[in-house]
Design a protein around this ligand. Structure first.
Ligand code: PMV
Length: 338
């Protein structure tokens, strides 16, 4: 039976998605913007099988393959997406899937973005729903239905916007600029490579319990416009300021939700202070962002990479770094995993 393999990047959001307006259709409470990360990739191979069960094996960074069970709560969204896509197709055959990540999962490096965009894409190809795969807007809507909003942004090249909307048809991804547009980089500074304690799907449900949530949503449309403009004009200072502002606004919502969600550790705080000091004292234009995790994303231009890496070497909290250029979106490869 025909085998397909796709690779998908994770991404870092400049305007974050935290909270939903529709928890069934997974429509984000606000539109959001990101860039794809060239060194944080998931590769997934799939083919139809005569087996009685779907078979899913996943290998995280530096680990062995583990078989996922549909009974495990954490794999619910994945098996639901398989079932949903199978129903759209003319097949009722089960599927065999192997997937691997080349970066630490669940540490605030949007592993769900690369995993779910790769999974959805490979399923659409395997179940011969190629029209849905080839049409990026449709693909992004199919990815949204798996529950990971950040995954929606990974299917297109470069800098991508995920529009909120009022229903299934009006909430999808669009491209702002492709991966060749700007030599921006994201250096991920890993200060904690363990699994995060609160999943982002739970976080999205808690977001509205924060009294800052409505104010955040009100502020966002202005930030969205400014962010898109900064990307198109390659204005690092403007993009960096908006990114930090939006990140801190999301973190405030996280910290003040009930119960409170705190992902940062002392390494995260030390990096924020360092970034402020490098800008002020060393004239080094680098800006921070965090997702649902302790690890910092340091946004700058390629020409400042060596300087930033040299500075990072002096920080005792950093376990490793991952250097990302702006990447393409989901793509088909022939590097099958089985
Ligand atoms: O895509 P999810 O459901 O894992 O949520 C992602 C949330 C953040 O990474 C914190 C923000 C974002 O927009 O990427």
């Amino acid at each position: 039976m025909k085998k397909y393999t796709v690779t998908s990047p994770a991404n870092i959001a400049f305007i974050k998605y935290w909270g939903r307006s529709d928890h069934k259709l997974f429509i984000p409470a606000n539109s959001n913007i990101s860039m794809n990360l060239s060194s944080c990739l998931t590769t997934t191979t799939a083919c139809l099988t005569d087996s009685k069960e779907d078979e899913v094996l996943v290998r995280f960074h530096n680990q062995k393959y583990q078989k996922l069970s549909p009974k495990d709560h954490k794999s619910k969204a994945l098996f639901a997406q398989i079932k949903r896509i199978r129903k759209l197709s003319k097949y009722n055959k089960k599927v065999k899937i192997y997937s691997q990540n080349n970066f630490p999962a669940d540490a605030g490096i949007a592993s769900s973005a690369s995993s779910f965009s790769a999974l959805t894409s490979v399923l659409l190809l395997t179940y011969e729903l190629k029209d849905l795969f080839n049409n990026k807007k449709e693909l992004s809507k199919q990815i949204r239905l798996c529950g990971s909003g950040s995954a929606v942004r990974s299917c297109m090249d470069g800098f991508v916007k995920f529009k909120t909307g009022k229903d299934h048809d009006s909430s999808f991804a669009t491209q702002i600029a492709d991966h060749n547009h700007w030599d921006l980089i994201d250096i991920v500074a890993i200060v904690d490579d363990k699994k995060k304690k609160v999943s982002s799907s739970l976080g999205h449900e808690l977001a509205e319990t924060s009294s800052f949530f409505n104010q955040r949503i009100k502020d966002i449309s202005k930030r969205m416009k400014a962010c898109e403009k900064a990307i198109l004009e390659k204005d690092l200072k403007k993009l960096g300021e908006i990114t930090e502002e939006d990140c801190l606004s999301m973190i405030s919502v996280m910290m003040t939700s009930k119960p409170s969600v705190i992902y940062w550790n002392e390494g995260s705080i030390s990096l924020i202070n360092s970034v402020y000091s490098w800008r002020e004292n060393d004239n080094l234009p680098v800006y921070f962002s965090f997702d649902a995790g302790a690890n910092a994303h340091l946004i700058t231009e390629k020409k400042y990479q060596t300087k930033v890496l040299n500075k990072l070497k002096k920080n005792p909290f950093i376990k490793s770094t991952i250097i990302n250029n702006v990447d393409k979106g989901t793509r088909i490869t022939n590097k099958h995993l089985f």
